[in-house]
Design a protein around this ligand. Structure first.
Ligand code: NAD
Length: 354
């Protein structure tokens, strides 16, 4: 067995349909009494419902979270937290809302209680992101790790079917890369494989029957394990490519992960055979990359970058940017190979090992 280091992250997780009812006592458990409730404009009603549930513990609502945490939004939310004398943040939403709570926690002592409503997994990581003048900066700081996470699957039934499919594939991507991470370890690999199993088994049912609470619970359980994997070990080629495609070419986050993942897996297939065996086993597929592609296609999710509006003439620049800062990947990165991967991902056909 390889030597490894396992660093556990502190997390209090409350899981199950109806567990949102425990939010008032969880706020008190943190010694807090004035929560700033955060959401996107689209989830304003959910934020109001949460504020009503915590009654006098709600100091106010800030409902302007948007993707990638623009610095102006972060400053506005920080000002609002100060103005209201908030002593904790309750983030109700996906990665965009949790990201805004992290921007507040980065510069204040306010603890975060996260109530995730997508499968992105940000609530389990100490990773923050802030976008200034079109450039997204990210970093790690234990201060931004939510102190309490309430996973209530009943809040996810409103997540539209296609967003559920792509958000779920985003979560599977965390698990796949955790299995071949440079600092992979047996404990995180257990979580990652189980995360893929739970997500692959439940996502097709979620897409068909968005209000199926049992399928929603399985998917959210998988998303938790995926987020924990993302928070615990480093990511590789797939996340780097998605960062470039989302950051520079403005492609949508979860959809981009969905499209790129099978091709990143095909790229790494020969260099990471054990990881791929575990991915395939978790999905009940013969082969990891093909299995991932089939899962996305079966749910009607996009499979090619062209479908997301990527321009063919931008593939060269994307390849240049993707190889710019050296980073770990089980298979060495060359510009020529990455350009070929991007061509395949652009077209969207079944991935073939290269
Ligand atoms: P999101 O948070 O932007 O949500 C997408 C849309 O779905 C929003 O309009 C949102 O209001 C809506 N929505 C969310 N849950 C809903 C529900 N249950 N019902 C109805 N509508 C709902 O999308 P996301 O994919 O969760 O997050 C993406 C962002 O998170 C990106 O900026 C990404 O970089 C970041 N992220 C960060 C980390 C990290 O560790 N820091 C991890 C994953 C993602």
């Amino acid at each position: 067995m390889r030597r490894f280091t396992y660093q556990a992250l502190p997390a209090r997780v409350i899981f199950g349909a109806g567990s949102l009812a425990l939010l008032p006592e969880e706020i008190e458990r943190l010694g807090a009494s004035r929560a700033l409730v955060l959401s996107t404009p689209e989830q304003r009603d959910q934020a109001r419902m949460v504020a009503d549930k915590i009654r006098e513990r709600a100091a106010g609502i800030f409902d302007r979270a948007v993707m990638h945490v623009p610095i102006a939004t972060a400053e506005a939310a920080r000002d609002e937290a100060r103005r209201l004398g908030a002593d904790c943040c309750v983030a109700v939403g996906g990665g965009s809302t949790t990201g805004l709570a992290k921007a507040i926690a980065l510069v204040s002592p306010l603890p975060i209680l996260a109530v995730p409503t997508t499968y992105a997994g940000s609530e389990m990581t100490p990773i923050w992101g802030l976008t200034e003048r079109g450039i997204k900066k990210t970093g790690r700081d234990p201060k931004v790790l939510p102190r309490t996470v309430i996973y209530d699957p009943s809040l996810t039934v409103t997540l539209p079917p296609m967003l559920s499919a792509t958000s779920g594939m985003n979560a599977i991507a965390h698990c796949v890369e955790a299995l071949y991470a440079q600092d992979a370890n047996p404990i995180v690999s257990l979580m990652a494989e189980e995360g893929i199993r739970a997500l692959a088994a439940s996502l097709p049912a979620v897409v068909k029957r968005p209000d199926d609470l049992e399928a929603r619970s399985q998917a959210l359980y998988g998303a938790w394990l995926a987020g924990a994997s993302l928070g615990a070990v480093g990511m590789a080629l797939h996340h780097k490519l998605c960062h470039v495609l989302g950051g520079t070419f403005n492609l949508p986050h979860a959809e981009t992960h969905t499209v790129v993942l099978p091709y990143a897996a095909a790229y790494n297939a020969k260099a990471a055979p054990e990881a791929m065996m575990r991915v395939a086993r978790a999905m009940g597929a013969d082969e990891a990359a093909l299995g991932l592609h089939r899962l996305a296609a079966a749910m009607g999710a996009p499979t090619g970058l062209a479908q997301l509006g990527m321009k063919h003439e931008d593939l060269d620049r994307a390849a240049d940017l993707a190889v710019r800062d050296p980073y770990y990947n089980p298979r060495p990165i060359t510009r020529e190979d990455i350009r070929a991967l991007l061509e395949d991902a652009y077209r969207g056909g079944p991935p073939a090992p290269r």
